[in-house]
Ligand binder design. Structure first.
Ligand SMILES: Cc1ncc(COP(=O)(O)O)c(C=O)c1O
Length: 402
């Protein structure tokens, strides 16, 4: 594998668009244009000494020994993600939840405390509320936008602060820089789930976060094909907290999925920019319709944390949410859609509408859902790449039926 020659400028100086196309590229001796897919479990060694050196990490040649540890295709994907994020290093995993569970568990032991925003993707809530407490890890949560609540909830044993912003499903915004200050004063590390914003519109590491996690399943793939996740942070954090955990517990991303996502990355900026533009326009369409009681879109003036969204996100999101007042109205809306699909995924080229109460947030109690504003009338819309006029017509018609 050879790195492209960059004698004059370093990849760090590139724009995001160039990083997405060129970043991380390492060509094999065959000189292929498109990244090679190394669909191999293991590697062979010229000599026993070579095997010895590779396992010892002292080889001057190729480093790969086994694809649970590292793989050339997966590494190209990781290097591209790290470059886009401005992170020292990246490791990828088989799903977003594998990345998040690794990111959380790698930093704590029995007796430690994890503090999180209340509005989190359901599986993250399960890890914090049900799973980690079984191993003696304390967990608690606060209203993400309420800085006084973060200050009050930090404990002497808080080791991790976990934020999802914008949060699933109502795009609630937490001030990353302010919460990072509170966390760091207490000696805790900050993990940000950046799925809804993408690395294009929010760079948590520059705002003070220590670790960024992704479900690459969403915008990074963008075609609804494969699952994947990523952890991005400083090399020292990776070495100390995650390297051995990843190696020995084995949540590795398949090289095939890494290759699919490498191709997804090439169009990430175009797709996310277009879908974000459409989502912003659709937020206005929904806000102007009598059926919508509330609309949630980060760069929409009505958003409860509009000022923070303006400060830390360079654009809105490809997602919006709205409240139609009752489950019946939400179901009428969903069933009247003719172009947009009813689905629980997001970040796809196809626009997808979700009823969080009965699907993605079903495992939460009604009380827990209402505490984060998820009422039975809420609908989440992941905006894709269809034409704005067609989507406006489809959504307008469905709102009429709500
Ligand atoms: C914000 C957020 N984080 C994490 C995940 C989990 O990702 P995955 O499905 O790739 O495990 C999701 C999935 O919907 C999500 O919406």
């Amino acid at each position: 594998m050879s790195q492209p020659t960059t004698p004059i400028e370093s990849q760090d100086q590139w724009e995001d668009a160039t990083r997405l196309i060129r970043g991380g590229l390492a060509r094999s001796p065959y000189g292929e244009t498109s990244e090679a897919l190394f669909l191999t479990q293991s590697f062979v060694y010229d000599t026993a000494e070579d095997a010895d050196a590779r396992f010892a990490g002292t080889s001057n040649g190729p480093q790969f020994v086994y694809s649970r540890y590292a793989n050339p295709t997966t590494q190209m994907f990781e290097d591209k993600l790290a470059l886009l994020e401005g992170a020292e290093t990246c490791r990828t995993t088989a799903s977003g939840m594998a990345a998040i569970s690794t990111a959380l568990t790698g930093l704590v032991q029995a007796g430690d405390h994890i503090l999180s925003g209340r509005a989190l993707f359901g599986s993250c809530r399960w890890i914090l509320d049900k799973h980690l407490p079984r191993f003696g890890v304390e967990t608690s949560s606060v209203d993400g936008p309420d800085l006084a609540a973060w200050r009050a909830a930090i404990r002497p044993n808080t080791k991790v602060v976990f934020i999802e912003t914008p949060a699933n499903p109502l795009l609630e915004i937490t001030d990353i820089a302010e919460v990072a200050k509170i966390a760091h004063e207490a000696g805790a590390k900050v993990i940000v789930d950046n799925v809804f914003a993408t690395a294009l519109y929010q760079k948590p590491l520059t705002l003070g976060a220590d670790i960024v996690v992704y479900s690459a399943t969403k915008h990074i793939d963008g075609g609804g094909r494969v699952l994947g996740g990523a952890i991005l942070c400083k090399q020292a954090v990776m070495d100390e907290a995650y390297k051995d955990f990843l190696r020995h517990t084995g949540p590795a991303l398949s090289p095939f999925n890494a290759w699919v996502m490498l191709k997804g990355m090439e169009t990430l900026e175009l797709r996310v920019a277009r879908a974000t533009q459409t989502a912003a326009a659709l937020a206005d369409v929904v806000a102007d319709h009598r059926a919508a009681k509330r609309v949630f879109y980060p760069h929409h003036k009505d958003h409860p944390q509009y000022a923070v969204a303006q400060k830390q996100m360079s654009a809105g999101s490809t997602l919006l949410a709205f409240d139609l007042g009752s489950q019946e109205a939400a179901f009428n809306f969903l069933n009247a859609l003719q172009i947009v699909d009813i689905s629980n995924n997001l970040g796809d080229s196809k626009s997808l509408a979700t009823h969080p109460t009965t699907t993605t947030h079903r495992s939460m109690s009604e009380e827990e859902r209402l505490a984060v504003g998820v009422t039975p009338g809420c609908v989440r819309l992941s905006v894709g790449l269809e034409g704005l006029k067609d989507l406006s017509r489809d959504i307008g018609r469905a709102l009429d039926a709500a």
